[in-house]
Design a protein around this ligand. Sequence first.
Ligand code: PGA
Length: 253
Amino acid sequence: MPAPALKTAPSFIVGNWKMNGQNGGLDEVRAMLDSLRKEATDARVAICPPATLIAPIAQLLEGGRIEVGAQDCHAQPCGAYTGDLCAEMLHAAGARLVILGHSERRDAHRETDADVAAKVEAALRAGLEPIVCVGESLDQRKAGEAVKVVEAQVNGSLPLTLKGRAFSVAYEPIWAIGTGLTPTLEEIEEMHAAIRATLRGRFGEDGEVPILYGGSVKPANAGAILHAPEVGGALVGGASLKAADFLPIVRAA
Ligand code: PGA
């Protein structure tokens, strides 16, 4: 196996607010912004709030160093899809990134790898940078299938049109999301190395694509996880909702 690529880019820390954050969320973003202005960190930072907060947060953050993303988009640009939002609408609201294929959407909305790949195409069409999530279930890990499952998700969810475009992959073991459990550093390193090898084979890239880790990232474990080989950042759920939890993670990057 080739040696892990040296870290050349700053860590990428993304907050996934899920279906949380009403108007009080703006105060948290303001606090994050004020603190980050004073920090020496060169981490790349983004917040993905619920769609209703994208426009006000994008306005608040305009010209600043925190980027704004969405949590999903529809694959089509328009049409009779009640309740859905297309990538172009999210871009118009101020989003510049989009999380796709999160396990909560793969599960609750039955999104397949092919659905995720179609959404990636939609994001690229609209000028949104995709963050594509992959990750195994506890049963798959116990059965020794974790690496095989995640490699198949990477191959199935990342269309070849991504070659040369800006995107990231987020490895999020389903059993670690919101549970307080995390894989060992060895397990994280093994999976990130497997994802890197798959990306290399598929896109010929050599370390440019950040591979984020997600699943119960907290101030207490962020330093160790973020400095593991091939970990290019973190996708943070619960701990991204409050500046007091999110900022120490950014600082650990
Ligand atoms: P968590 O969620 O940090 O609350 O575990 C991570 C995610 O689902 O992106």
